[in-house]
Ligand binder design. Sequence first.
Ligand code: PHE
Length: 462
Amino acid sequence: MKDLRENWSSNLGFVLAATGSAIGLGNLWKFPFITWKNDGGAFVLIYLVCIIAVGLPIMMAELLVGRKTQKSAVGAMRETIGPSWGWVGTWGVMAGFVILSYYAVVAGWSIFYLFQTLQWSVSGFPTQANMGGLFADLAANGTMQTALSGTFMFLTVGVVYFGVASGIEKTARLCLPALFVILLLLLFSSLTMEGSGEALAFLFRPNFSELDSAAVLEALGHSFFTLSLGMGTMIVYGSYVARNRSIVNAAGSIVVLDTVIAIIASIIMFSVIFTVPGMPEQVDGSAVGMLFISLPQLFYEVVPFGVVLAPAFYLLVALAALTSTISLLEVVVSYFIDQRKMERSRATLLSGACIYVFTFLSGMSFGASTWLSSFELFEGKAGFFATLDHFASNWALPLGGLLITLGVGWFMSTKDTEAELVATGSPRWFSYKAWLFSVRFIAPAAVAAILIAVIFLGKDFS
Ligand code: PHE
């Protein structure tokens, strides 16, 4: 039969693909920066609590809905929870569309820095480098933005076109091991640096007097983004898992790997930054600044084996971004395949092309187009890119996550959810009762707090 659903070729392949979705710019670009902004230690601890108490249970909820129905977000929500819940799936598809469109812009920059550092490594780092200027020129150059993000979108479409096992899974099998090796090399190199002691203390010595309630909500909001939750990615990836496989174990592995990688990335970046006197004051500016302005130069000036590690680092960023962009595109593509009965090839090309229109507009909003750069829908968030990021992190993911956890916790029978989580065997650390308590009470209350803070207190988590 033609429409027999494609599955992952193995459990490891699934875990790698889902981990690849989770590990991305969120780990390498956002996490170190928000940890920096929130003064480390206590924030890291709060983040871990959010990941375990809220992120992990919702990850299981999404995976179980997908595996049970073998359908993508819209069909899965409709079938497990109720006909009107299809809207939650549609909301997720829209979120995937939006996130991919602006994510591809930053992913494109990683390609630029990969080639730029390769060139420096071969021909030498310029003595009077102006890294801020280099980045500003890139950002405002419409042609470059279009070409770089276009290349990234092309790669993403190229992978998703080949389907679940031969496209997505194969790419994850290649990229993730490479990513782990590069990250470990960088970690070893950074631990030999002078600043590493200070970096470790910054990350692991909690100082609760520095922490405010906004930081708690920021940690919570980020746990959605970094685990790819709240928009149906894990529903879709779960829908390709065979019914006899345990999802509890898989969810545990994905969450642990994602968290470990975010922490390793922070150790690397902070070791470099603390090694250079005066650097901590300089990086205060922005997340983009840390990754694309401060780090490139430091690789050549202070990092042992920096000549090799600089291009390796930007390759790492690009690979991590790719395994995330394919999951974002898959949410949109699987909607067209399942709900609109389209062929995969057509669905992929069509979605890729539509999303790219928004990518183009985002890329133009760093100076290339005055109108797009000053476009302001949310107060204080100037630019098309910033608007989309704000919408996704503050609205789309928390609202999607809230509805998914309420739906699974309150509107699915406990008989069904228990069967999904426990029948295929669950590890000893797992307690169904604790899971149910989280998806019914803890997760909804926590996520509602984010939305209340955004709506009534004017907070911003992007
Ligand atoms: N988890 C990805 C990251 O950390 C981003 C992402 C969000 C991917 C939502 C898919 C869905 O970069």
